[in-house]
Structure formats: C-alpha cells, structure tokens
Design a binder for this molecule. Structure first.
Ligand code: FEO
Ligand code: CA
Ligand code: CA
Ligand code: CA
Length: 606
C-alpha cells in the first residue's frame, strides 16, 4: 500500500468495521444518542406514545414513522435550529400489534395517513453541551401529513389532469406522502421529494380511458386492490373512481419551516416523477438550478433552471419572492455519452482503455412554462407525465438515481446511482459507460461538471467517481485510490457535504456487505476516493438524511428491523429501546464528549 499522507480534514477517525447486529456503532472517541423517535411528541399536547393504543389524533401530533430526509435550518442566536424530517412510508406489520392486510381498521388506516409527511421541531443546545435536544414547546413545531392541505403552483396548477371531484380546480391537494429525501434552498425553505406514490393506490386498470391507464402503468400504479386497502376509507385512492388523484402526487413539495402556518406547495415546474429529492444551487448569473433524480431502475436525472434571479437582500419580501423562483423556468433531462469505444463496455465494470468511465452530456430541454420541446406532448403533459417526455426526448436510462447534489465549493454535481439488478437483463438496456455494470447490485457515484462551471449550462462533462462494492472484487473503482485502504461501500443513497468539502454518503444496501451506514470520502486531493465508514446502524435499517455539522452529525435510522418475516410479534430489532421492545425509526445524533470536531485530529478540532 502507498504511504499514508496527512489525513484529509474531516476524515480523521478510525473507520468502524462492517456493520452487524442490532446496534449503532460509531468510532471510538464518539458517542451517539437518539434525539427523537417515531411516536415521540412534536407538539406539546401530544399524548404519550402507546404501541397498543395508537390513534390518528395522537399520531398527528407525534413524530411520524420511517423518517428519511433530515435538514437543519439555523435560527437567530447560537445553537438553535429547526429540524425538518420526512416520513416516507408506513410499515404496518411492524407498527401495529394486530395487522391484517385484508382487514385494516379505519383507525389503523387513518393513523398511517397521519404518520406520513413531515415533522418540524426546534433543536436547542444548552451551553457546554455536546448535543442539541428537541423542544416540543416551540412555536415552529408542526406536523404536515397526508391530510394537510397543500397548494399546487407552477405551469400544471389547475391542469385538467389534476382535477378531481373533491378539487374541481386542480389546485389544492390533501396532503403529501412518500416523502423520501430532500434539500434545503438558499432562501431557507425545504424541498421534499414525493417518491413511491404509486403504492397506496388501487385499481389502476379500472381508470376510464386507455390513455389514463397507460400513463398510470408508466408510473407503476398497479391493478387490483392496494396493499393497504386505503381505497376502502377514501375513494380518492381508487383510480377507477378518481384517476387524476394519482397525478396530484409525485411532485417536489416546498415547505417554509420558519412559518408554522405556511401552506406546503407542490412545485409543478419541477416535473412529476418518483422524486428522490431536489437540491438547489445559485448559478453565476443569480438564477437557480435544482438537480433531481427519479429513483427507479432505468429512470432519469433532471434539472430545472429558473427564469428569474434569486434576491439576496434577506428581507421578508425577498424571501417571499424567492419562494416563487421554482414556478417558472426550464425543465431538462440528462443524456450521457461515453467517450470510450462501446465495445470496451462489456458490463463487467472493467475500466476502458482510457482508465476512466467518463464522457460528455447534454441537458435536453423538455418544457419552458407554457412551451413544450417534446414532439407530440403539450407543456402541461410534459409537467404531469414527465417520464414519458424524457423517454421521447432520448434521456439516458440510469441505475436508480437517488440524491443529486452540487458540491458547495467546486460546483461539481454528485449523483448517487444506488443499484440496478436489471441492467443488461433480457429486454432491458445494456450496460453503457455511465452505467457500466450488468446486474449492478452495488451502485456507483457519478460526478458531473457543468460547462464553464455554470449550473444553467446545457452541456457537461462527467466521470464515475466510485463504482461501489467489495473493493477486492474486480470491476469496483474508488476514484483510483488504493482499494486495499478503503471501506467497502454498497448502494449509495443520500449524500451531504461537510464544511471541508468532503462527500458523506449513506447506504441502502438491504444487508449486502453488512448493515447500512454512513461513510465519508474526500472529493479532492491525494485522498480522493478514500472511503471511510463512519458509523453503522441496526439490522434491517436504512441510513438516510445525513446532516454533518462541525461538531455533531445527525442520521435518520429508517425502518429498523424491516427484514422478511418480521412483524410486531416477532421483531427482528429492538432498537432503540432495547429489551423486548418493538423497533422505532429515529434521528440519531453523534458527537464527541471531548468537544472535538467531526473527523478532526485533536479535541480542539483545529
Ligand atoms: Fe426513498 Fe429512493 O429512496
Ligand atoms: Ca472514457
Ligand atoms: Ca433514498
Ligand atoms: Ca434507497
């Protein structure tokens, strides 16, 4: 192995071993603690959590289930933040003591609706403390659920494809769901991605027209009764009766956590697909670009470029104005072209002769407000049926795009492509230079450089930074770094950056190469590609939404104990409460009792 140079700032810790068992593991000099769990109070009058007596009324005031994205927004003064969490989906067999999927009770279904959405809570750190704590008595605290009214704005607001019998205007949707990952905007709001919105809907085959049925199929809406039978308690989940209700989900939702009375807004200019997240950067001319992934096998990367420039004055008027930036602009999908000979990409992950998977790319315009760039589709159709628009435009089918996020200093954009076991299968797209492995079980990380460093550009260069998996296995690539000195990483999902510019990645690997965890890797300098495992989490849990502050880290531990065959009577995890308890998803904080910075060499964290 090459001699070790000085360790990159922010990465100076001894990596933890491959994750096993039902526990959180952090490096030696670090400690961890649960900040808030499913069922804990968000509002001061929330009833105490009771596994055996859950109600929709209680859940609407408690922390939701299966928290994914996590964001921290600073408040005036020191050591106070608003923490925003996404609650992606309900795992009823683990939530309820008695769950019969054929006969869910109305209370169980309504409880699940209230368990979805988002939570906003105040975090406060007392002087001399390492950790912030949740305050339930703060005026900002709120729950947003599947029954919270949301507004629809942008070019598809009021569209005929969004009108239902409950909302003939197509501008007001009851709730948000399948909230996966997200992003903070430079104007202090949070964007939340509605991802697997097809799951709770029933009877897609009974939608009245062939066009509706085809559009529903393209988004994975299934025939027959739904998994959770929500359609029995609200007709909007029955697509035979309300085919357009499907089109009212699958958007990016903007939340203003600083205003607890604000209405969440579905931003239709950012297109409709299985949104993982949206991350915004300000371009050199002041316009803003949002990068987005559609997380399904063979789906696409997208970006939105605003028409108008962000105002930087910071007044209430400026903030209000900035909250209209995502309503008009251009929506694009990405096409990737490899620069190597196609015959060198054989699906094995073997590097091409030029030593790197790389090439050029184009952002293909799909629509600009009322104008469509896609033959045979109106702009309105492009926004509501964005997948079909990108199909027609010739975007590149990717290996499940999860987070897509610009680096805060270099402007390069990083995309986690989590995996795609169907790549190269019969009838499916073959490996290409941007997705170079057949049956890609471990995923890869793509680095994209906009032409001229300008986020509004229509051309870019790209290269794969990581081709994940067991470093000893052929076809894995850790940016050319010595693979004998990296931690194994499989199925990258959420990404974040620390103040040093290091890339932090969480995994969603379903137990492949050990329990999921949080990793860090420098993107620049001699240690570029040196992946180090910072923490691992309990069995069956997915690591999400990392927040990396100077002296603490927040991580969402989503769906602990979610393994085949496990239910509330036979829990596969007892985390975090231990004993014979049933598992509860939670936000975990990690810090150093010696007061040192995260990944810094000494206690003073120089
Ligand atoms: Fe909800 Fe794409 O992960
Ligand atoms: Ca190449
Ligand atoms: Ca994800
Ligand atoms: Ca995932």
């Amino acid at each position: 192995a090459a001699a070790a140079g000085p360790t990159a700032p922010g990465t100076a810790f001894t990596p933890v071993p491959t994750g096993t068992g039902d526990r959180v593991v952090v490096p030696e000099e670090y400690r961890h603690e649960v900040l808030i769990r499913w069922g804990d109070p968000v509002l001061p009058d929330a009833p105490p959590f009771d596994f055996d007596r859950q109600t929709a009324v209680a859940q609407a005031r408690q922390f939701g289930v299966n928290n994914d994205y996590c964001a921290l927004l600073p408040l005036r003064g020191r050591d106070r933040w608003l923490m925003v969490s996404n609650h992606e989906y309900a795992t009823e067999p683990l939530m309820f003591g008695h769950w019969d999927p054929d006969r869910p009770t109305e209370e169980q279904v309504r409880t699940a609706w209230e368990a979805h959405g988002l939570s906003v809570v105040l975090l406060e750190r007392a002087p001399g403390e390492g950790l912030p704590r949740v305050r339930t008595d703060a005026r900002w605290n709120r729950r947003i659920t599947l029954t919270t009214p949301c507004e629809v704005r942008g070019p598809a607001a009021g569209s005929r494809y969004l009108r239902t019998s409950a909302d003939p205007g197509g501008v007001r949707v009851l709730g948000t769901m399948a909230n996966c990952s997200g992003g903070k905007t430079p104007w202090g709001t949070v964007l939340s991605g509605e991802e697997n919105v097809h799951v709770p809907f029933a009877h897609a085959d009974a939608a009245p027209t062939a066009q509706q049925r085809a559009a529903l199929r393209r988004y994975g809406f299934a025939p027959g009764p739904s998994l959770r039978k929500w359609e029995r308690y609200d007709r909007r989940f029955d697509l035979g009766r309300e085919p357009n209700e499907a089109n009212r989900f699958g958007w990016i939702v903007e939340i203003d956590p600083y205003d607890p009375h604000s209405t969440p807004v579905k931003r239709t200019a950012l297109g409709r697909f299985k949104h993982e997240a949206a991350n915004v950067v300000v371009a050199p001319d002041g316009r803003v670009t949002a990068y987005m992934g559609d997380d399904e096998r063979f789906e696409y990367l997208y970006k939105f470029v605003s028409d108008r420039r962000m105002r930087t004055g910071g007044s209430a008027t400026d903030r209000e104005y900035n909250q209209t930036l995502l309503d008009s602009g251009t929506l694009y999908a990405a096409r990737f072209t490899g620069d190597g000979p196609a015959e060198e990409i054989d699906g094995s992950g073997r590097l091409p002769a030029d030593g790197e998977f790389d090439g050029s790319g184009r952002w293909l315009p799909l629509a600009h407000n009322g104008h469509s760039f896609v033959d045979g589709m109106t702009a309105e159709e492009v926004y509501v049926f964005t997948r079909q628009a990108a199909d027609r435009a010739g975007a590149t089918a990717m290996d499940r795009p999860e987070d897509v996020e610009p680096h805060p200093y270099t402007g390069r954009v990083y995309a986690a492509l989590t995996n795609n076991d169907y790549r190269g299968a019969a009838g499916a797209p073959a490996a290409d230079e941007a997705n170079p492995r057949a049956a890609n079980r471990d995923g890869h990380v793509l680095e994209l450089e906009e032409h001229g460093g300008d986020a509004t550009a229509e051309r870019f260069r790209w290269r794969l930074m990581l081709v994940c998996g067991d470093p000893a296995a052929p076809g894995t690539y850790y940016a050319g770094y010595d693979k004998s000195r990296v931690s194994a990483l499989s199925c990258p999902d959420n990404i974040a950056f620390d103040r040093h510019g290091n890339l932090w990645l969480t995994t969603d690997n379903s137990g492949r190469l050990g329990n999921d965890g949080l990793y860090v890797v420098p993107t620049e300098g001699p240690e570029r590609g040196r992946v180090k495992r910072f923490m691992t989490i309990p069995v069956g849990a997915e690591a999400c939404g990392p927040v990396v502050e100077d002296d603490f880290v927040l991580l969402s531990v989503q769906h602990p104990g979610e393994v085949a065959g496990a239910d509330a009577q036979h829990p596969a995890s007892h985390w975090p409460d231990g004993g014979a308890s049933r598992p509860r998803a939670a936000v975990v904080a990690v810090w150093r009792p010696d007061g040192g910075g995260i990944g810094m060499a000494g206690p003073s964290g120089a």
